[in-house]
Design a protein around this ligand. Structure first.
Ligand SMILES: C[S@@+](CC[C@H](N)C(=O)[O-])C[C@H]1O[C@@H](n2cnc3c(N)ncnc32)[C@H](O)[C@@H]1O
Length: 201
């Protein structure tokens, strides 16, 4: 097997969910904020029911092309230009919702909750919510405050940053069951990326 061809640039913590056996073939998956689809290559190759949205039409176009190549029987209508805060799907239909490097583009806390509530709405009971997002966890002393939970990071970017308290409060509000503890990767004090995985009860 050519690992690179098989998995592409799949996020390492999403790969961890695969290794744990939580993402089973034939599951219905939504990548909310899919970019060019780096996290979808394995799922497209292996018969998962893949859906994706992104606000950027070029990104959705790239994912449509990827799907046409790797999963030609999948409907092109599965891929939409849409905001995560207004998903064009009925409620409770996905087994897995992926939010990879998207929630830290929230403009403020209301927008963050709005995006989350939409992703939660379309998740089936028993479904998995997988998020990787920038956080302040571990780099608090290196941040410049710009506004409500918005910060300038040492790498120069401006982001909406969560902390552990907000993720715990939000998980309780959604009544999500923690599947893993929070895990945060600190990239040389330039930025921190946190992995947050919940099951919808
Ligand atoms: C850093 S890229 C991550 C792409 C992909 N999820 C990945 O992990 O490679 C962020 C993506 O989220 C999209 N995005 C940001 N905010 C969004 C929103 N509110 N609704 C839909 N897409 C959004 C951007 O257009 C971009 O494609």
């Amino acid at each position: 097997m050519n690992i690179r061809e098989e998995f592409g640039d799949l996020d390492i913590y999403l790969f961890d969910q695969l290794l744990k056996g939580r993402i089973q073939p034939a599951m219905k998956i939504l990548d909310a904020g899919c970019g060019k689809g780096r996290n979808l290559i394995y799922f497209l190759r292996h018969g998962y029911q893949v859906f994706a949205v992104d606000a950027d039409a070029n990104a959705v176009d790239a994912v449509r092309k990827l799907a046409a190549q790797l999963a030609p029987t999948l409907a092109q209508e599965n891929f939409h230009v849409a905001a995560v805060s207004a998903l064009p799907f009925a409620s409770e239909q996905f087994d897995l919702v992926i939010s990879s490097a998207v929630l830290h583009f929230a403009t403020d806390e209301a927008h963050f909750h709005h995006m989350l509530d939409e992703m939660w709405r379309v998740l089936k009971p028993g479904g998995i919510f997988f998020a990787r997002l920038a956080s302040s966890i571990g780099i608090e002393a290196h941040l410049q405050t710009l506004g409500e939970r918005r910060y300038r990071l040492p790498d120069g970017s401006a982001r909406f940053l969560v902390d552990a308290a907000l993720l715990h409060q939000t998980s309780a509000r959604l009544q999500g069951r923690w599947l893993d503890p929070l895990k945060t990767t600190n990239v040389e004090n330039l930025r921190c990326m946190t992995t947050w995985v919940l099951e919808k009860c």
